[in-house]
Design a protein around this ligand. Structure first.
Ligand SMILES: C[S@@+](CC[C@H](N)C(=O)[O-])C[C@H]1O[C@@H](n2cnc3c(N)ncnc32)[C@H](O)[C@@H]1O
Length: 109
């Protein structure tokens, strides 16, 4: 179990996991935190951006995801114009390697 009990319907990660978290402030439009990341959570950020800014954000986030990694967005958000991000389920977009036929790990066929 990775969380502490005793918080009712809420969860708190165990101390060892909390200690491994690094917090940084940054501008995702200027330079997202360099990856590669298995998971990027970017919920309800793009809905407040102008379309031209969102068009900068999507390829940038795709670049920092490792092939096979997942991008989680808000319900109303779609990463348009990036062939490497495919919709896998509600709010979840998986990075595939479109240039290699859509494989998840970039290894090709
Ligand atoms: C509506 S809030 C969503 C917060 C949270 N992700 C959630 O789902 O509850 C939008 C967030 O986007 C952040 N934001 C806006 N532009 C940003 C940018 N260029 N880079 C990083 N964060 C940004 C704001 O600081 C704000 O915290």
């Amino acid at each position: 179990m990775h969380h502490d009990a005793g918080f009712g319907s809420r969860y708190r990660l165990q101390r060892a996991l909390r200690a491994a978290v690094r917090w940084r402030c940054g501008d995702a439009l200027a330079a997202p935190e360099p990856g590669p990341w298995d998971l990027v959570l970017c919920r309800n950020v793009a809905i407040y951006l102008q379309p031209e800014s969102a068009a900068v954000l999507w390829p940038s986030l795709a670049t920092v995801l490792r092939p096979g990694g997942a991008l989680v967005l808000g319900k109303a958000e779609r990463p348009t114009g990036v062939a490497d991000l495919v919709n896998e389920g509600p709010c979840v977009f998986r990075r595939v390697d479109a240039a290699r036929g859509g494989t998840r790990n970039g290894a090709g066929r």
